[in-house]
Design a protein around this ligand. Structure first.
Ligand code: FMN
Length: 228
């Protein structure tokens, strides 16, 4: 049965009293998490080894706990398993990427991408053992065709994808956020309804044994945090 958003109903509070974590434990967990998250890298060369599918499902379940504007949960995650569908996605994505890298992106964008070593060839779309395509629901569409506006869709889906990437990483899997532009072909290949717009394609798996990543420097805490 289709999930229906709450709308115009009265406020119905329930108690929320999670046990408070002792400060020492909080500090230890935060320091460990900081180190583990710093070990996350975007992977573009995947091993073909299969991943436990339940880990991917659990990570999507984690993502779906994300906060969202007016609790409208405007996301759909498609786990694409069919090799023929994945080949179609790769063919269409590489066609768009070829045009992009041949000049559509413009010199400034291409210069920004140069240190990443990316090009129009996207083997991960067919070779990574799992592929998640994330769609954002621009508005809610009822079974009878009724529509309801969604608020802060980009922000909500961005947060959910951040949580998905964290969950995958902390569960031992690597991922890539791939955003071929434009992404309209994904709606067609995956048969998504008119209220949904593709947000990102996320191959998931283990890094290939000879995997390499660009030598990037992250901003330090004092460069990103302003305390007033
Ligand atoms: C919104 C977004 C879009 C991205 N699109 C692409 C992409 O299309 N292709 C790609 O290879 N990497 C893409 N990336 C990955 C970034 O290049 C990568 O996160 C960045 O270089 C930092 O590397 P790190 O994730 O290893 O820290 C994208 C990342 C984000 C957040």
């Amino acid at each position: 049965m289709q999930w229906t958003p709450t709308h115009g109903e009265p406020y119905r509070p329930v108690p929320y009293r999670p046990a408070r974590m002792p400060a020492a434990e909080s500090l230890a967990r935060a320091a460990e998490l900081r180190e583990r998250m710093d070990g996350r890298r975007t992977v573009r060369q995947f091993s073909p080894d299969p991943v436990p599918e339940q880990v991917v499902r659990d990570a999507v379940a984690c993502a779906a706990t994300a906060p969202s504007g007016a609790h409208q949960q405007p996301w759909t995650f498609i786990l694409v398993k069919d090799p023929a569908v994945r080949r179609r996605i790769r063919r269409a994505a590489e066609e768009e990427e070829r045009i992009s890298y041949d000049g559509r992106l413009g010199e400034e964008w291409l210069a920004a991408l140069r240190p990443l070593g990316t090009d129009e060839v996207k083997p991960h779309l067919t070779d990574a053992p799992a592929l998640i395509v994330v769609f954002q629901q621009r508005y809610w569409l009822g079974e009878g065709g009724e529509r309801r506006k969604h608020y802060y869709v980009d922000e909500s889906v961005g947060i959910a994808v951040g949580m998905l990437l964290s969950a995958l990483h902390l569960s031992g899997l690597a991922a890539l956020v791939h955003t071929p532009s434009p992404m309209r072909f994904l709606s067609e290949v995956l048969g998504r309804p008119v209220n949904e717009k593709a947000f990102a394609v996320i191959p998931v798996g283990y890094p290939a044994p000879d995997c390499e990543v660009p030598d990037l420097v992250r901003k330090s805490l004092d460069q990103v945090l302003v305390e007033i």
